[in-house]
Write a protein that binds this ligand. Structure first.
Ligand code: BES
Ligand code: ZN
Length: 865
């Protein structure tokens, strides 16, 4: 059957919204709201009807007036006859008389629902003075402004927004701009109005009403930066306040464009679907992505907070000032912000060495997803809102940021920065596409950027570069990489990627790129010329490398800790060796034995990669006889670094060491190192008996290890701590621990708790994830997910977290499970899940093949441990 072209869901370009005046009166007890709205719009062609977006809104009246008001025939308006399309999320208004081209004001009166689905205009719970309250919050990206007011809810329909809300007098209203007026009413209410917004997309509008307190400071250029929290938490915003103010200073300089609003608010919201949302001037966050407690927060979480803030503030330029033309170009927003967050944090905290983590946090994640046949190109056609949600994934974010980094390194950072300035200045307050960006970068770099980058954004997947030797010559070749052997077999992808290639040799000075844009290439470097060569120095290009027999040669400088190898180089070699085993190009014993030569490694990113690769092999072997040998092997890999770092934080240790300690100790403990587990249990006892405090970086390690080795008694203690915790980060750690017990009854209790009414909207997903990561909980989590599926659809269907309930199912190793998952969803509505289900099934089948192919040899290799 020929593939049908996607249905056209876009609104007409003949009707252009210019200005919205929106007034809402939410009822924070009954969870409904009343609204009045005036949209000034320009009509370019005569029409009998107007269609705009509206979902779960009841429109009581809609009348169109000529603008300025009163200019038409006696200034009278025409009422529109309303019809809704639930499927298209639109409302259409048909008028008795044709509406001539010109300027009009379209007036609406409507009511809506303050829902509990973390999208549109929704409610979130919090405690204040011992009482439970609800705040009203908005989350409009991608397509949910239409749930709060009738709107032309597309990114290219930019307009000015003027918002006012009638709220209880004791609450605070936060929105994109500054308050322009407050009018007190009788009966304990006030109307708060905000200044008009810049010209912007509807998905960036925000208003939040509740009990809030805040702290503030000015950026260098006088922007008032404020952190808002629910009562009692504002001091936890200190770190965020510093980071946010510095980020604004940084981006103003970097982009060469001033932040256009007088205020920049960052607001912590208890129930929140994403990590954070870049609403212009009113960025909303999950509490864990904004709040830091100096005594309790881990280095890891602090780093996360900094990265999220840097990401959202990058959007204030990249995304808000210049916006993608349509969701097909989503990656322009997300890939860029995901790149810029590292640029900014590297400048704010150079000692964190954040780029060394980029390769792990972004590139590895991207390479895993994009190694599947069921991936998608960076630029992907989308229509239905649920399809849009599904592309907020590792391809748009992490592959997007990886190919941007590749380009920036290739053309040089100075030309790259200049190009961004050109692009942002040219398209400000407007919209742009990927090729617009390439054109700007072409003018500043003098290179044809589109020619290099089009393949990377238009084609799915990425290349595996293989190094081979023939007659003393080194030969490079490229082909698409598949992590699954059978996907590889079924493919006939002949794509050739233009790869910026940079080769590290003992005699090379600085990076020197050439474009490897052919199937095959003979290197001008002879086999004997250099002691070693390392392809893709610092892993700046988005590729994998297969060194074949040459790997033996690299082991020598690796073992000698050759200084010319940067952490990202050592990282790349081990990561790709593991990936090649999964892909069937090498035996699994090859990376496992290579990992043993990394025991002296000190860089966090390298260890994080090894830990995650071993996690995969562990997950693969969990039901096998040799699993205990695998655990011994893993303890062996981590024991030197664990002992070296010990449980004691040193006064002057590096950021990387602080991160590494938690990783190494947890790895040792979870793979069964007795001393580590004992020490964790001791620390737990000290804290719970009030005789000591578990250091912030080790709290997660201790709780997890106590849980993994605990029973009902420990469960009860952790549960109590969970109910008592006020810092969301601590609550998350404890929730995870509650998912890691070996006893199925206890895990089930946690799942029931997490799906209960007293929890935050995002907690049920976390619990499913954590239980799936527990080898005793896998099947239980899947059974639970099935039994709660209707609830999940009801609460999360079509939303940001929906497909994330499916994603973690890829840990199974049995083809029957893949069948089961397929069958379960075959009978159900798969809108917004389709691609994720295919990915999960492909990954599980690949796991099963891997085990069947390599299990025996793996057992043999591991028998020595
Ligand atoms: N724009 C997104 C948030 C978003 C995503 C809202 C999808 C609605 C649907 C925001 O800029 C973002 O990317 N947040 C990330 C955190 C970031 C540091 C990667 C998130 O929420 O995970
Ligand atoms: Zn983003």
């Amino acid at each position: 059957m020929p593939k049908q072209s996607k249905q056209n869901v876009r609104l007409t370009d003949d009707i252009i919204p210019i200005h919205y005046k929106i007034h809402l009166a939410p009822d924070l007890d009954e969870f409904v709201f009343e609204g009045e709205e005036e949209i000034t719009l320009e009509i370019k062609k005569p029409v009998r009807s107007i269609t705009l977006h509206s979902a779960e809104i009841e429109i009581l009246s809609a009348i169109i007036f000529p603008s300025p008001l009163g200019r038409g025939i006696k200034g009278e308006g025409q009422p529109g006859k309303i019809s809704y399309s639930e499927k298209e999320e639109t409302a259409t208004f048909t008028f008795p008389i044709e509406v001539k081209p010109g300027k009009y004001v379209f007036k609406f009166v409507f009511t809506g629902i303050l829902n509990d689905k973390m999208r549109g205009f929704y409610r979130s719970k919090y405690e204040h003075n011992g009482k439970t309250y609800h705040m009203g919050v908005t989350q409009f990206e991608s397509t949910d402004a239409r749930r709060a007011f009738p709107s032309f809810d597309e990114p290219s329909k930019k307009a000015v927004f003027e918002v006012s809300l009638k709220i209880p007098s004791d609450r605070t209203l936060i929105s994109n701009t500054v308050q322009s007026a407050v009018m007190e009413h009788e009966g304990g209410y006030k109307t708060v109005s905000f200044a008009p917004s810049p010209k912007m997309s509807s998905y960036l509008l925000a208003f939040i009403v509740g009990h809030f307190e805040h702290i503030e400071k000015k950026s260098k250029s006088d922007t008032l930066v404020r952190i808002f929290t629910t009562p009692g938490k504002r001091e936890q915003g200190r770190f965020a306040l510093e980071v946010a103010a510095k980020c604004i200073d940084f981006y103003e300089e970097y982009f060469g464009i001033a932040y256009p609003l007088p205020t920049m608010d960052l607001i912590a919201i208890p129930d929140f679907a994403a990590g954070a949302m870049e609403n212009w001037g009113a960025v909303t966050y999950r509490e864990t992505a904004l709040l830091v407690d100096e005594d309790l927060s881990s280095t890891q979480n602090k780093q996360w907070v900094a990265l999220v803030i840097a990401h959202e503030l990058a959007h204030q330029w990249f995304g808000n000032l210049v916006t993608m033309e349509w969701w097909t170009h989503l990656w322009l927003n997300e890939g860029f912000a995901s790149y810029m967050e590292y640029v900014a944090i590297d400048s704010l905290y150079p000692e964190w060495n954040i780029w060394s983590q980029f390769v792990y946090l972004e590139q590895s994640r991207a390479a895993a997803l994009d190694g599947l046949a069921n991936t998608h190109p960076i630029e992907v056609e989308v229509a239905h809102p649920a399809e849009i949600s599904e592309i907020f994934d590792a391809v748009s974010y992490s592959k997007g940021s990886s190919v941007i980094r590749m380009l920036a390194e290739y053309i040089g950072k100075a030309d790259f920065k200049k190009g961004l300035h050109v692009y942002l200045s040219k398209f400000k307050y407007g919209n742009a596409t990927t090729s617009d960006l390439w054109k700007s970068l072409s003018t500043t770099s003098g290179k044809n950027i589109g020619k290099i980058m089009d393949v990377w954004t238009a084609k799915a997947g990425y290349p595996l570069v293989s190094l081979s030797q023939s007659n003393g010559k080194l030969i490079l070749s490229q082909e698409r990489f598949y992590s699954s052997v059978s996907s590889n077999k079924n493919s006939n992808d002949k794509t050739v990627w233009p790869i910026p290639m940079n080769i590290l040799t003992p005699t090379s000075v600085g990076p020197s790129f050439f474009l490897f844009d052919k199937k095959k290439l003979v290197l001008p470097i002879g086999l004997t010329h250099e002691a070693f060569i390392k392809l893709n120095a610092r892993e700046t290009s988005f590729i994998r490398v297969n060194y074949g027999d040459y790997l033996a040669r690299l082991k020598v400088p690796l073992a000698a800790k050759d200084k010319r190898f940067k952490p990202s180089d050592r990282f790349g070699i081990i990561r790709d060796t593991f990936a090649l085993a999964e892909a069937g190009a090498a035996s699994t014993s090859s990376p496992l034995s290579l990992a043993l030569s990394y025991t002296h490694e000190e860089s966090y990113n390298v260890w994080a990669e090894i830990a995650s690769d071993l996690g995969k092999i562990g997950s693969l072997s969990v039901d096998q006889r040799y699993y205990k040998n695998f655990r011994n092997y893993a303890v062996r890999v981590f024991s030197r670094v664990g002992k070296h770092l010990s449980w004691e934080k040193k006064k002057t240790e590096s950021h990387s060491h602080s991160l590494l300690r938690s990783l190494a100790l947890y790895s040792l403990g979870t793979y069964g190192d007795k001393k580590t587990v004992e020490r964790a249990r001791e620390l737990f006892k000290l804290e719970t008996s009030g005789k000591g405090k578990i250091p912030s970086d080790l709290r997660g390690v201790v709780f997890n290890l106590v849980a993994e080795n605990g029973s009902k008694q420990e469960y009860e203690i952790i549960l109590k701590l969970f109910y008592k915790a006020t810092l969301e980060e601590e609550r998350d750690r404890l929730l995870r621990a509650l998912c890691l017990f070996p006893d199925k009854k206890l895990i089930r209790q946690t799942l029931t708790l997490a799906f209960g009414h007293n929890m935050h909207g995002q907690d049920s997903l976390k619990a499913i994830n954590f239980v799936l990561s527990n080898k005793f909980g896998r099947s239980l989590a899947w059974e639970y997910l099935k039994s709660e599926w209707e609830t999940i659809v009801e609460r999360f269907g079509g939303g940001h977290l929906y497909n994330r309930f499916i994603e973690p199912l890829d840990i199974f190793n049995e083809k029957e499970k893949a069948e089961e998952i397929k069958n379960f969803f075959a009978k159900r509505d798969r809108t917004g899940l389709e691609r994720t289900i295919n990915q999960v099934v492909e990954q599980i089948e690949s796991n099963a093949d891997w085990l069947a192919r390599d299990g025996k040899k793996l057992a043999e290799f591991l028998s020595q441990f």
